[in-house]
Design a protein around this ligand. Structure first.
Ligand code: UDP
Ligand code: MG
Length: 308
């Protein structure tokens, strides 16, 4: 078990690809017979592909392949594309920005040799991240675990065996959420931890709105619970309004207090309007996703593939 495919989705990482390869070479070369680095260029608008094409082979056992996608399909579909081209015994997925130390792949591969199918490599600390991101990640991890109905590992940095890769290849959906699918498959997994490093070149692609979009897409992809929550909302609000109605009647009949006026009605209308729009939004998200999936479009499109 000494061949490994290392999948690296990259989008505008022109200054990072060279140091990434050097780091992979220096930290992993002694531990594997064959290392196949597969860069998936996810629609970069800078010179990422050119820089990759001009990389020098660091050694005979380190092969580099570039799969250039026609446009930006998102990190998850870039990973899926890489998996479709993975054939080694082991497959690692790592970011192309040097924030994740590649040495952890050795520890993870040893665990796979011991019989695990998936090793999640999770961040130990979020010290370097901004506060809204830390809080957001914390709550999103809780929320998605609730939706999924079990422990959920919110890291993309993983090492998985060929059996798991084979299963992931079967998933043809466009709203592809890799982490959710790995959890869904449910093979034997274990978690190890790494200390995240600071990004030196380029910047994170996940602005607040990108992160929110990803959160909504991934929630929808792992579960139907948001639809059920809408029904519960309906039940709870109906129950509250029924009790409130009884209360007003009681006041009117037994105490003689006049029925409350404009403010109550306005508040109730606006509140209900808000809830209705949220529920409609949830339904629309599922409906929209169903529409897109029903077209059966390809998950990604490749411009060209190049062996370096
Ligand atoms: N990435 C990608 N497509 C995208 C966004 C990001 O392939 O649409 C890649 C990016 O180049 C990097 C990895 O995914 O290699 C992680 O992205 P980033 O560092 O922006 O995310 P963060 O570390 O902030 O979560
Ligand atoms: Mg990063």
């Amino acid at each position: 078990m000494n061949n490994i495919d290392i999948l690296i989705p990259v989008c505008n990482e022109q200054d990072n690809v060279k140091p990434v390869i050097q780091k992979i070479h220096s930290s992993l070369s002694g531990s594997f017979n064959n290392i196949n680095v597969i860069f998936i260029d996810d629609g970069s608008t800078d010179n990422t592909s050119e820089v990759i094409s001009n990389l020098k082979k660091e050694s005979e056992s380190l092969n580099i392949k570039l799969v250039k996608l026609t446009t930006n399909f998102g990190k998850d579909l870039a990973i899926k594309c890489g998996m479709d081209y993975s054939s080694a015994d082991l497959c690692a997925i790592i970011d192309g920005d040097l924030q994740q130390p590649p040495e952890k792949i050795i520890e993870a591969s040893n665990l796979i040799k011991q019989g695990y199918n998936v090793v999640h490599i999770e961040k130990k600390a979020y010290k370097n991240a901004r506060i809204f991101r830390r809080v957001g990640t914390f709550f999103f991890t809780k929320f998605i675990s609730f939706l999924f109905g079990g422990v959920f590992h919110l890291t993309d940095y993983k090492v998985i065996d060929s059996k798991t890769v084979g299963m992931i290849k079967l998933f043809k959906e466009v709203n592809f959420f890799n982490r959710g699918i790995v959890e869904l498959i449910g093979l034997k997994s274990i978690v190890i931890y790494y200390n995240p490093l600071r990004r030196i070149h380029g910047e994170s692609k996940y602005s607040f709105f990108n992160a929110l979009k990803l959160a909504i897409n991934s929630s929808i992809s792992v579960s139907l619970k948001p639809l059920r929550i809408s029904i519960y909302f309906g039940f709870i609000i109906s129950a509250i309004s029924f009790i409130f109605g009884l209360f007003i009647l009681y006041q009117k009949i037994f105490i003689g207090v006049p029925i409350l006026g404009f403010a109550t009605i306005a508040l109730a209308t606006i509140f209900l309007g808000g809830i209705q729009l949220i529920c409609l939004g949830v339904i629309s998200e599922y409906l929209g996703k169903t529409f897109i999936e029903s077209k059966n479009r390809p998950q990604y499109m490749i411009d060209y593939i190049k062996e370096i």
